[in-house]
Ligand binder design. Structure first.
Ligand code: ARG
Ligand code: GLU
Length: 706
């Protein structure tokens, strides 16, 4: 009996410690983790994941549009990513008459696939540790500025070398706050066409209400195709281009997921900060997030109000609204999670132990206190910086006036005609998605918050004068929006008729407002702010090394920095609060429960209702319904959207698109109990493409396996 108990306890212990969950690992170093991955169920080898001599899974993955991930799912360049990653492209092809956002879009032939200006995808060709070369000549005698210059110079040599005789892009990235450097070589494709997108009522089902939430029922995917020239090499858009033949594409598993199954997410997480000082975490969770949330709540309420009144405004603000709402909600989960986990307190505890230890490790002595001191100095500056971004530059015409000014400056060598044409096209782009009442009401609200919450010494003189004159920000808004040419497309375009000159808008109130704040910020805040930050960066480099030395049992991974990473874990439900447990998957039943013709985000296509009524699920039926999403313990972040979720055999089982709100603090601190990534079950993708879109030809292009 006792033996059995011991056995049970030890196997229980193993069951909980075997799963790594936390960590974003570098593909080229994955051999160091492969044993652990195998213990957790993975069946392939390290070179199946990453290899530079033969095709490996990495060759099926792209950094999509700079901010998302995508993966190839056919030998003819077919790529899948999230609906929200292709949202900008889908929106750009949409109009009130051809509302692809609302109705979806499906190219029924290659000719119908839509090119996208400005969109590019890049494959990682290879990555390698170049720390020694980058740090050549660096010694402790150098000042930080000298070090930065030398690192830059050395990196440039490495990049030039990597690009010699090929068409690749290359860059050197720092890891662990500059304790390690890696070279990344990419092949970039710019002819990427839209192939298909479900209606938003599927692809963005639940909208911003369900965003970051579980249970989730969003069919968040869109399909693109990469085109190449006749030699399969990147080429700018041309109708003569042909579908790209990838070195590797992913097979799709239709076997589905069970709780406890191994999952691996392979993609491009953007930014995490797992090794922060407690003061930084306190500022984020107690000050920065709450203020930014309040400012965005104001903007979102105004947008929602105006969008509900008109379809045109709804389309115009769809993308802007989604991105404002997205961070707004994430910050709430993040601040809540940090509070719940008592991360500030536990960091403080760690820091005091570290400080005690550092008494015998000279190079780390006093580092914690010095950082605390610097954070005290940084805080007021960080606060204005937050307001500068969220309350000043968040005003559309103000920001736009600044952009026009920069464009004019950049155009100074062009002839007046060319410059005017150029400015005109920038304006056309801006006003396509502009609606004055939204901007003007927001201006009054958020500039009002600036006025209220920022101390006088951080207000530009010009602003103080304006406030004396206009009393409140509502009348200030009246003044600026009535008198600025940027408040309407007609006025803005008309202003170009007399020809262009560099300072033609010098007296425009929107530009004056922009300049007053930006000059003030740049002259009186930014310098100091950057200076303190760069001292902190320098200390972080040492502190990072110190943490690794002090806590040498711990397994460290570099913070995300938009480079390719692997995270692995398992399919698992979670308990968000006392007495509640969330199962690991959702189904079509939940979509029908939420279906509501009166709410835009829950108003599913009639076609889906009909299919459901007839229970016409075809071969996609599982236990009488269709699986939609699932959660797992993979440690992901923004940028992992669209990432492939792979099973133990390396086949595609899902498309990553979100995290659960209770776990969004994982960018700062990961909690295996509640941090979950949300994936779209690939079987729902197949169901939608086949049954709802009737685009079976696309499925025939894919390789389905059991
Ligand atoms: N939260 C997801 C991410 O961070 C999805 C965002 C897009 N969806 C939305 N409803 N705004 O990107
Ligand atoms: N939706 C996010 C993205 O666009 C992924 C969610 C997350 O932050 O993990 O990358």
């Amino acid at each position: 009996m006792k033996r059995l108990l011991l056995f049970l306890i030890s196997s229980l212990f193993f069951a909980t410690t075997l799963i790594a969950d936390e960590g974003m690992w570098l593909p080229s170093l994955i051999k160091e983790r492969i044993q652990d991955m195998k213990k957790n169920g993975f069946r392939l080898s390290a070179s199946d994941i990453y290899d530079i001599n033969k095709a490996s899974i990495k060759d099926a993955i792209v950094h999509f549009g700079g901010g998302c991930t995508g993966e190839l799912i056919s030998g003819e360049g077919l790529l899948i990513t999230n609906h929200h990653c292709g949202f900008g492209q889908i929106q750009s092809h949409s109009s009130v008459e051809n509302d692809y956002l609302k109705d979806g879009f499906w190219a029924m032939s290659r000719e119908q696939e839509l090119p996208n200006k400005g969109l590019s995808v890049r494959f990682l060709v290879k990555m390698e540790d170049v720390t020694t070369q980058v740090l050549k000549g660096v010694n402790t005698g150098l000042s930080e500025t000298e070090r930065v210059a030398l690192v830059k110079e050395n990196s440039q040599i490495i990049v030039d070398e990597a690009k010699k005789g090929n068409h690749y892009d290359a860059r050197v990235e720092s890891l662990y706050y500059g304790n390690q450097y890696f070279l990344f070589v990419y092949e970039t494709f710019t002819d990427v066409r839209l192939v298909g997108a479900p209606p938003s009522s599927i692809g963005k089902f639940g909208g911003d209400t369900d965003n970051w939430m579980w249970p989730r029922h969003t069919g968040d995917f869109s399909l693109f195709r990469i085109y190449a020239d006749k030699n399969n090499k990147p080429a700018p858009y041309s109708k003569d281009n042909v579908p790209y033949k990838p070195k590797r594409f992913l097979s799709i598993s239709t076997s589905g997921v069970n709780e406890g199954d191994f999952t691996m997410v392979y993609g491009y997480p953007g930014r995490t900060q797992e090794y922060l000082h407690s003061e930084a975490v306190r500022y984020i969770s107690e000050i920065s997030n709450p203020h930014k949330i309040k400012l965005r709540t104001m903007r979102l309420n105004i947008q929602a109000d105006e969008m509900s009144k008109s379809t045109e405004v709804r389309i115009k603000y769809a993308s802007k609204n989604a991105s404002v709402a997205n961070a707004w909600k994430k910050w709430q989960g993040e601040a809540g999670g940090i509070k719940r986990l008592k991360t500030v307190e536990s960091k403080k505890e760690f820091e005091s132990k570290f400080s005690a230890w550092s008494k015998n490790h000279k190079q780390y002595v006093g580092i914690i206190d010095t950082m605390t001191l610097l954070y005290t100095k940084l805080e007021p500056l960080a606060f204005v910086t937050d307001y500068h971004a969220e309350a000043v530059n968040a005003n559309e015409i103000v920001r736009f006036a600044g952009i026009i000014q920069t464009t004019l400056l950049r155009n100074s060598k062009m002839s007046a005609n060319v410059s005017a044409a150029n400015i005109r096209s920038v304006m056309e782009g801006f006003y396509k998605d502009y609606y004055l009442p939204v901007d003007k009401r927001s201006f009054a609200a958020i500039v009002g918050e600036y006025d209220k919450n920022i101390s006088d010494k951080f207000k530009p003189e010009y602003f103080k004068e304006l406030m004396k004159l206009h009393k409140n920000t509502e009348s200030l808004a009246d003044f600026i929006f009535e008198n600025s040419v940027f408040s309407s497309k007609e006025k803005a375009l008309a202003s170009l008729e007399k020809g262009v000159s560099q300072d033609m808008y010098a007296n425009d109130p929107a530009l004056m407002f922009y300049n007053a704040f930006n000059e003030f910020y740049n002259n009186s805040i930014k310098q100091q702010y950057d200076e303190i930050n760069s001292r902190l960066t320098l200390l972080y480099r040492t502190y990072m090394r110190g943490q690794m030395e002090f806590d040498s049992e711990n397994e460290f991974y570099p913070d995300a920095n938009s480079t390719l990473r692997i995270t692995y874990g398992k399919v698992k439900g979670y308990s968000p609060s006392d007495g509640v447990y969330y199962r690991h998957f959702s189904t079509l039943e939940g979509i029908m429960e939420k279906d509501n013709p009166n709410i835009y985000d829950y108003d599913i296509p009639q076609k889906l209702r009909d299919i459901y009524k007839a229970r016409d699920f075809g071969k996609w039926s599982v236990n009488g319904t269709v699986p939609v999403c699932f959660v797992a313990t993979n440690h992901t972040s923004g940028g992992n959207s669209g990432s492939p979720v792979l099973n133990a055999e390396g086949n595609l089982i899902g498309i990553n698109f979100d995290r659960v709100w209770e776990g969004t603090m994982s960018d700062i601190v990961y909690d295996p109990d509640v941090c979950r990534n949300i994936s779209l079950d690939v079987r729902y993708v197949l169901f939608v493409v086949d049954k709802v879109a009737g685009a079976g030809h696309l499925i025939r292009e894919m390789k389905l396996v059991k």
